[in-house]
Design a protein around this ligand. Structure first.
Ligand code: DX5
Ligand code: ZN
Length: 223
């Protein structure tokens, strides 16, 4: 199945004093969904926004929201971010004692279940939950901060996961250090959803051009 290329900007580099306007600019620039990086200061050494902030932005936009839960207890927060308007919930395999149950709960609440894998976590972590997944996120940095360097060794992991997901209706997302110089290789390896933070926000030619450029590079690499 030739899955569509989706551009999902991270809100981490946004000006939090103008978060609503920044999200609107992303939507106007043609991105496909907003990637909310949710951090609890324990699973990763950084702290970001709660569900009430996401809920306050929800009515301003029409595009989908996805919540990347970099938190030690995702079961506690899943309902809150779904109520806040996130249609895809990404939990870290490393934070889930009962991943199969957690993914089932996300689906039961009407959202798309997704699992995120840190760089050290092997692809086989998804082998027993593939039928529950709408997306697998392969972290291409160690989570916690934007602006880090892309870990090229993750491309073979993306390719392995693409093999494991043949026949399943499941997207493959990459997150961390994704920009003009890295997106094509990640797409060629098998990713179709791309989180980009600093490369988008810092693009000299602006968000609209940068979004279209990333999309074109990914589509060409996947064709
Ligand atoms: C890191 C986050 C990523 C990151 C992406 O923990 O999950 O979404 O912010 O930002 P860039 O594109 O700047 O690496
Ligand atoms: Zn993220």
């Amino acid at each position: 199945m030739n899955r569509p290329v989706l551009i999902a900007p991270s809100i981490l580099p946004a000006d939090f004093a103008r978060l609503g306007e920044e999200c609107l600019s992303l939507q106007e620039a043609g991105v496909d969904r907003i990637h909310w990086d949710i951090m609890d200061g324990v699973f990763v050494p950084n702290l970001t926004v709660g569900p009430d902030v996401v809920a306050s932005i929800r009515p301003l936009l029409s595009i989908d929201f996805e919540a990347h839960l970099m938190v030690v207890d995702p079961d506690l927060l899943i309902p809150r971010y779904i109520e806040a308007g996130c249609s895809t919930i990404l939990v870290h395999a490393e934070a889930c004692t009962h991943l199969h149950r957690t993914l089932s709960i996300i689906a039961d609440l009407g959202a798309t279940p997704a699992v995120a894998l840190n760089p050290h976590t092997p692809p086989e972590a998804i082998s027993q939950v593939r039928d529950l997944l709408g997306m697998v996120l392969v972290m291409t940095v160690n989570p916690g901060f934007g602006g880090q360097s892309y870990i090229v060794e993750m491309e073979s992991k993306v390719a392995r996961i693409a093999e494991m997901l043949e026949g399943y209706d499941c997207d493959i997302e990459v997150d961390g250090g994704i920009g003009p110089s890295t997106i094509a290789a990640a797409a060629k390896a098998g990713a179709n959803v791309f989180v980009s933070g600093s490369a988008l926000f810092n693009a000299p030619e602006g968000l609209t051009h940068a979004t279209a450029d990333l999309r074109q590079r990914a589509e060409e690499a996947r064709s």
